[in-house]
Design a protein around this ligand. Structure first.
Ligand code: G3H
Ligand code: 13P
Ligand code: ZN
Length: 331
């Protein structure tokens, strides 16, 4: 058993309390490799932003669970080396799908886990989430639960409230499970295709404009659970400039579309205190790499294309921290 406290990591409790109080949100950035981790830590250290390093089941399988944990441990030392005296870094399991996976992360040094029972029948979601909370809280590890189903890439995102979180369920869920934060569904979704063109309108320049998020559902949840930490998944904005660079350099991402940054800024000022971003970092990396491959076909030193990709991701993370979440200067 390795405690995250020995690794210099922190759980989300204090981060979230301060974020709600201060009207900003903590960035939760996924990482799978060294360049992403370097860019996240450099951005957070230079902007003095608390940060959540997210690791998915897929990331653990890709990079090796042991190696990833040591990378997170190294990230704390790296942050200090960059002059961040008291790094506020949380290591979080993203979309844990079983008690065993959550336990394995808790036992190996994670400071926070998500148990995603959102696709299960309500009572099964409650029971599974409670089981994880009961184990995690023995070690002061915080737990994120989820209520409501995010539309998948292929699914119909409609105004049908059945896909959104039901504010009537949140008190019962939070009380019975004891979870520390709650991911809700208000119209965001994972990936680079969050809306179909049919669900959007087009502005004067012909650009797709997505339908607004269901802020009424968020308001309903906040009314039922005042001051309770709320999480938004699927919060990439899919920057058009990256999509254009990718498409102009041999890629094919037709009609990719994300969540407008103004909507995330608005959410960050509310009880939404954790905003998950993964796809935008993938797009930044892919755009930078494609551009180098197209303009320098003789280049084969990975540092010459992964280095610029890392710089682009760092720029992106800083932009999110400063201009979207408002978490700069808070750690
Ligand atoms: O929500 C999912 C995250 O973007 C992680 O994705 O499972 O492909 O690592 P992944
Ligand atoms: P995006 O695909 O919008 O980046 O969402 C990431 C996420 O929710 C990770 O859990
Ligand atoms: Zn997610």
């Amino acid at each position: 058993m390795v405690s995250y406290k020995e690794l210099g990591l922190v759980n989300t409790r204090e981060m979230f309390a301060k974020a709600i109080e201060g009207g900003y949100a903590i960035p939760a950035f996924n990482f799978n490799n060294m360049e992403q981790l370097q860019a996240i830590i450099k951005a957070a250290a230079e902007e003095k932003s608390p940060v959540i390093l997210q690791v998915s089941k897929g990331a653990r399988n890709y990079a090796n669970a042991t190696l990833l944990r040591y990378m997170a441990q190294g990230a704390v030392a790296y942050a200090k080396e960059l002059g961040w005296e008291n790094p506020q870094i949380c290591l979080h399991l993203d979309h844990g799908d079983s008690f065993e996976l959550c336990k394995s992360c808790i036992d190996s040094g994670f400071s926070s886990v998500m148990i995603d029972g959102s696709h299960l029948p309500y009572e099964e979601n409650v029971a599974l989430t409670k089981k994880v909370v009961d184990y995690a809280h023995q070690y002061d590890v915080t737990v994120e639960g989820e209520l409501g189903v995010l539309a998948g890439v292929e699914d119909e995102v409609s105004s049908d409230h059945h896909t959104y979180t039901d504010p009537e369920e949140v008190i019962d869920f939070a009380t019975r499970t004891g979870c520390d934060s709650l991911a809700i569904s208000i119209g965001t979704s994972h990936g680079a295709y969050k809306f179909t063109p049919e669900q959007c309108t087009r502005n004067a320049e012909g650009k797709l404009v997505p339908p607004p998020l269901a802020f009424d559902v968020l308001d309903g949840v906040m009314e039922k659970l005042p001051g309770f930490p709320i999480v938004l998944h699927g919060s990439s904005s899919v920057p058009q400039e990256y999509v254009d660079i990718i498409n102009e350099n041999g890629g094919k991402l037709p009609d990719a579309i994300g969540i407008p940054e103004e909507e995330l800024r608005k959410a960050a000022k509310s009880a939404v205190c954790k905003i998950n971003i993964d796809s935008d970092s993938r797009l930044a990396m892919t755009a930078a790499v494609r551009q180098i491959f197209a303009t320098k076909p003789g280049e084969f030193d990975p540092r010459k294309y992964l280095g610029p990709a890392r710089d682009e991701m760092e720029k992106l993370y800083k932009h999110k921290i400063v201009n979207v979440l408002g978490s700069n200067g808070k750690a």
